[in-house]
Design a protein around this ligand. Structure first.
Ligand SMILES: Cc1cc2nc3c(=O)[nH]c(=O)nc-3n(C[C@H](O)[C@H](O)[C@H](O)COP(=O)(O)OP(=O)(O)OC[C@H]3O[C@@H](n4cnc5c(N)ncnc54)[C@H](O)[C@@H]3O)c2cc1C
Length: 552
């Protein structure tokens, strides 16, 4: 029987980041990962070595924005372990069916000049619109960088510039109420309030809806920050792909003495007298943890699958019911398409420039188009009659990902996890079959080809992954890549439930991290960092003083 101070379940980027902080604090750490490589939704792999040798694909995450709001990369000195971020500029291109287009550069001024070609009035407002989101991002960032209920931690995360931005938003009763009202409203309402032109509103709605809700949904206005963050602090991709972030973390963790075991699916968390003692993996091997078990799997999997019901009920008789019924995971998942291309797709009807492909290409013809892209999946319909999508050619910014002159194409298409009317068939009873996912992929590529006609002839090979397959690969419920919904009711001290939002659980020595905890999904590393802080503080209450003064 092997014993470590801490066992981490899963080795996605959040678990690795959590492990790195714990190792630095002197604990021995073992990570157990079910897949044969670490990284979870942060890997880059040569997935078609026979048909497309030398092409490396980001199977999930591509664009890293949230991680630049926090201190993880700098604090862990990840550049010393091989991580190099390539910032995107330009940021976003969205062609409109009438020949207009939205083309955003990192510079707000340059972006306004592009907008002014088609809508001078909207161009004037774009800078002001971004400024309001920038101040909100600055005001809220310290909250992301601290455990959500730790008032002192949050307050000590503020610097004068955050405070100034906070006061600029809440300096008077009217400003404060206006801000609260904005947060209650929808992305669509906010865009209507600011802009006239559809070619601009549609991509902004699509970007806001990256939080996985239709733009008409009340409280989705906060999605406005998704575009603002791209301008500042920026959106970047690790050289070598998203997997290079994982590789740097693995190097750091192992150099600090951490141990990562792959092909180790945890099937049980072992509890004795309300205290987590270790875990059992498939095959029966057990591992003991003397100080703590930290799960980067979401609370549903932990409390409804990995723990004995009696252990949970003994700690909190309400918890299983509340997690089962109150914590939500919608049906809006991702169908992923990866292609190896012989050449760059060209936007013939939109004054093609290669640099359109440097950042994200959004296919969003109207706000209604984006609406259906999310509302259809919510009720089990595949919105593939007229697909909206997020497409990237990662190899343009980073040619190391493909053979010389050739390219990789990454497409995210929102689809239902469970298809209405096909219940009980296909993978996991979701209705997804090989045939169906390929039919949908054909339609998605057909739509992109209406904008870039040379796309189809450029495809050397492709791989399609259905929401059900992503769900199985990552082990997440309903293919939810954020583990749980990212709506306001499930954020901050509500994530995943108020009583377990501080990374701690009613079972002693059992902690939660990962996308299902504050501040949520995406590549940020903040759930991992915040959880490590809470764990260290629990072990040594005096460590809190060091955390406040020295930040680590
Ligand atoms: C297609 C797609 C595209 C995305 N694009 C972006 C993007 O561009 N930008 C962005 O910021 N975010 C993106 N995301 C979201 C982002 O990748 C995730 O929210 C984030 O990576 C979650 O990280 P995590 O470490 O919390 O969890 P995960 O990455 O889910 O890691 C959890 C780990 O636990 C392992 N595991 C599961 N069950 C067990 C078990 N029983 N025992 C042991 N191990 C287990 C899993 O294999 C996995 O390695 C995307 C996600 C997907 C699916």
């Amino acid at each position: 029987m092997q014993t470590h101070d801490i066992i981490l379940i899963g080795a996605g980027h959040n678990a690795l980041i959590c492990a790195a902080y714990l190792l630095k604090a002197g604990y021995s750490v073992l990570l157990l990962e079910k897949n044969s490589i670490p990284g979870g939704a942060a890997t880059t792999e040569e997935i078609m070595p026979d048909r497309a040798p030398g092409f490396h694909f980001n199977l999930c995450a591509i664009d890293h924005a949230f991680i630049h709001l926090g201190p993880v990369v700098q604090e862990l000195e990840l550049h010393k372990h091989g991580l190099e971020y390539l910032f995107c500029d330009p940021l976003v291109f969205c062609p409109h069916p009438d020949g207009k287009y939205f083309f955003a550069h990192k510079s707000v001024e340059k972006t306004c000049q592009e907008i002014a070609r088609f809508s001078p009035t909207d161009a004037q407002k774009y800078g002001e619109y971004l400024d309001s989101w920038q101040r909100l991002i600055s005001a809220i960032t310290p909250v992301f960088n601290a455990p959500p209920k730790s008032v002192i931690d949050i307050l000590t995360s503020y610097n004068p510039s955050n405070v100034k931005d906070l006061f600029s938003l809440m300096g008077s009763d009217r400003a404060t109420l206006d801000l609260i009202r904005t947060l209650f409203t929808s992305a669509e309402d906010i865009l209507e309030e600011w802009f006239d032109a559809e070619f601009l509103k549609a991509p902004l709605a699509r970007m806001a809806s990256e939080l996985s809700v239709p733009p008409s949904q009340k409280t989705s206005a906060i999605g406005g920050m998704m575009m603002a963050m791209r301008h500042h602090p920026g959106v970047a991709r690790p050289r070598g792909g998203t997997g290079a972030l994982t590789a740097a973390l693995v190097r750091l963790v192992t150099s600090l003495g951490g141990k990562i075991l792959t092909d180790q699916a945890v099937t049980k968390i072992l509890v004795d007298h309300n205290r987590a003692e270790g875990v059992r993996v498939a095959g029966g091997q057990e591992y003991r943890a003397s100080k703590g078990v930290i799960s980067s799997l979401d609370a549903k999997r932990v409390f409804l699958q990995l723990l004995d019901a009696g252990d949970v009920d003994g700690a909190d008789p309400q918890l299983r019911h509340r997690i089962g019924r109150r914590v939500t995971s919608h049906n809006d998942a991702i169908l992923k398409i990866d292609c190896a291309l012989s050449e760059l797709p060209r936007f013939e009807h939109h004054e093609h420039r290669d640099e359109y492909w440097t950042g994200a290409v959004l296919i969003a013809d109207s706000v209604d188009h984006v609406e259906l892209a999310h509302s259809d999946p919510h009720i089990g319909r595949i919105p593939d009659e007229n697909p909206s999508m997020y497409a990237v050619i990662p190899s343009l910014l980073d040619p190391s990902l493909a053979p010389p002159g050739q390219h990789t194409l990454w497409i995210e298409f929102f689809s239902p996890y469970a298809i209405a009317g096909a219940e009980g068939t296909g993978l996991q009873g979701t209705g997804w079959t090989e045939e169906r996912k390929n039919q949908v992929a054909d339609r998605v590529l057909d739509k992109l080809a209406t904008y870039a006609p040379n796309l189809k002839s450029a495809i050397i090979a492709r791989r399609v992954e259905s929401p059900a397959e992503i769900s199985e690969r990552l082990g997440v419920e309903k293919g939810n890549y954020y583990h749980f919904d990212m709506t306001m009711d499930m954020m901050l001290p509500f994530r995943p439930l108020p009583e377990i939002s501080d990374y701690q659980t009613p079972i002693q020595n059992l902690f939660l991290t990962g996308a299902g905890t504050h501040p949520g999904g995406s590549i940020s590393g903040l759930p991992g960092r915040n959880c490590a802080r809470v764990f260290i503080r629990e072990q040594n209450p005096f460590a809190v003083v060091g955390q406040w003064f020295f930040g680590q």
